[in-house]
Design a protein around this ligand. Structure first.
Ligand SMILES: [Zn+2]
Length: 326
């Protein structure tokens, strides 16, 4: 379960049951205080694996710093467990009331859900969304999280002889950060860069565009000296530039496909998402399960917002519903 990586980090892979990602990779650095990057979902099996590995590595939770790459439950979930209660937890600056609402306990607020479903045009299958249909540990309850200390762009974390620099890498989540080990030319990328799976770029409102920010972060990282990327899921990336080019090409192709769909006239986000191909072209909307549908909605909106920013399409809001089209 523990793999000793180039550059001195120890990778602890934590299983994610019922999740196509299979597992999350967390990374431990040993020092006077130890540093753990990401934790695992709020599930007993994740807790057992992480606790056992930390014990094996001689980690004292009283002397543990935790850096969370982004506030999705598979990365942050375990910080609410007793075993990590005394750790010092840091993450990128975030907006509790903003884009995170779909992943938090506010989903339990019926009125808010219904207004939001209406806004996206989700009157059909997704309105059957029930908390019990979601995979266990999917939603975060903010009230159960400890104090999260915000880390700004450029913040330096020192642990043992290692120096890590905090980079803002939004797109998959607005608060997403990556940690850069310049001496060893290694990037700890969370879900910002992954292989072979494509990172989702997500918006949940018709404003701004996470995709613009994501492209900017990709080109910033491409210009840096990075030989290895240690991601939150999947494989080690040994050719970061090539992977970045593949990811950019993937999103450009999606932009063209979404633009094509909007030529049929003004439609809701859900209507547009339901006409797109998913799962790398292997799945239709009807074949997507509940959680992949939520990600598909977020991914659709980030691309539509991008097309609006480039004035390739327009959007209007009418009676609490948002529509996109030519
Ligand atoms: Zn993840």
């Amino acid at each position: 379960m523990i793999k000793h990586m180039m550059g001195g980090a120890h990778r602890i892979s934590v299983p994610l049951p019922n999740n196509p990602l299979l597992k999350i990779h967390t990374y431990l650095f040993k020092g006077e205080r130890d540093l753990l990057i990401d934790t695992g979902a709020d599930l007993d099996i994740c807790e057992q694996v992480l606790a056992q590995s930390l014990q094996q590595m001689g980690v004292d939770p009283e002397k543990l710093d935790i850096c969370i790459t982004h506030l999705h439950t598979d990365h942050v979930g375990l910080v609410r467990r007793q075993m990590l209660a005394s750790a010092n937890v840091m993450c990128g600056p975030f907006d509790k009331e903003g884009d995170m609402r779909l992943f938090t306990n506010t989903i339990l607020d019926r009125e808010a859900i219904e207004a939001y479903m209406q806004y996206l045009g989700l009157f059909g299958s997704l309105t059957k969304l029930k908390i019990q249909d979601m995979p266990p540990g999917f939603f975060l309850d903010w009230s159960m999280l400890p104090d999260l200390k915000p880390l700004e762009e450029g913040a330096i974390l020192k642990v043992g002889e290692h120096t890590l620099t905090c980079l803002s890498t939004p797109g998959h989540a607005p608060e997403h950060i990556s940690l850069y080990d310049a001496a060893n030319r290694i990037l700890f990328s969370g879900d910002f860069l992954m292989s072979p799976m494509m990172p989702n770029v997500l918006d949940f409102k018709a404003e701004g565009s996470s995709l613009i920010k994501y492209f900017a972060a990709l080109s910033q990282v491409e210009s840096m000296s990075v030989d290895l990327v240690y991601a939150g899921h999947g494989d080690i990336i040994t050719n970061p530039s090539l992977r970045i080019e593949e990811i950019i090409a993937h999103h450009n192709k999606k932009l063209v496909a979404f633009e094509q769909i909007t030529k049929e006239g003004k439609q809701t986000v859900a209507e547009i998402a339901s006409k797109a191909a998913w799962g790398g072209g292997s799945k239709t909307w009807e074949q997507l399960a509940l959680v992949p549908r939520l990600f598909a909605i977020g991914e659709t909106l980030s691309h539509l917002n991008y097309l609006v920013s480039e004035q390739r399409i327009a959007f209007i809001e009418q009676a609490g519903v948002v529509y996109f089209g030519k």
